[in-house]
Design a protein around this ligand. Structure first.
Ligand code: RB5
Length: 153
């Protein structure tokens, strides 16, 4: 069964709470990895690392939130089993699943409206990877760095 994990820094805490409330109202279980308080600042790479670790379990999808979404995006894509997509609307979310098989989406709380983010969550959970011509491209994303060669013309 699909497991959803979520984490944020202090800059993404409010939107994280809204996403959790939304998922629970849909009957979807979500594991909240923090942060839990807006009262002090935390470092987004630490929460990306917690989520990456939780994503080692099979059948898991992740949601990350920080102020801009940028720090979390950079941090989470350092883990080779993650394909994290910073999304801004339903279309970018759908494409992140269909073309990139994203297993994590990232929001910037200061850059996306709450209702848009909740719609993105719905799209993220329901949209399948299309495979086909996209499969070999996605496979290249997890290729060891020493085997990656630039395509010559
Ligand atoms: C925290 O103020 C902010 O820098 C962080 O949430 C994020 O936007 C970083 O990329």
């Amino acid at each position: 069964m699909l497991k959803i994990v979520i984490a944020s820094d202090h800059g993404g805490l409010k939107l994280k709470s809204s996403v959790i409330t939304h998922l629970k109202s849909e009957g979807i279980d979500v594991i909240d990895l923090g942060t839990d308080t807006p009262n002090f600042s935390v470092d987004y790479p630490d929460y990306a690392a917690k989520l990456a670790n939780a994503m080692k379990q099979p059948d898991t999808k992740g949601i990350l939130v920080c102020g801009s979404g940028i720090g979390m995006s950079i941090a989470i894509n350092r883990y080779e089993w993650i394909r994290g997509a910073l999304v801004c609307n339903e279309t970018s979310t759908r494409l992140s699943r269909e073309h990139n098989n994203a297993n994590v989406i990232i929001f910037g709380e200061r850059l996306i409206g709450e209702l848009t983010a909740l719609s993105c969550v719905n799209v993220f959970l329901k949209t399948p990877f299309l495979e086909g011509r996209h499969l070999k491209r996605v496979e290249k994303l997890s290729m060891p760095k020493n085997l990656l060669k630039p395509q010559e013309k």
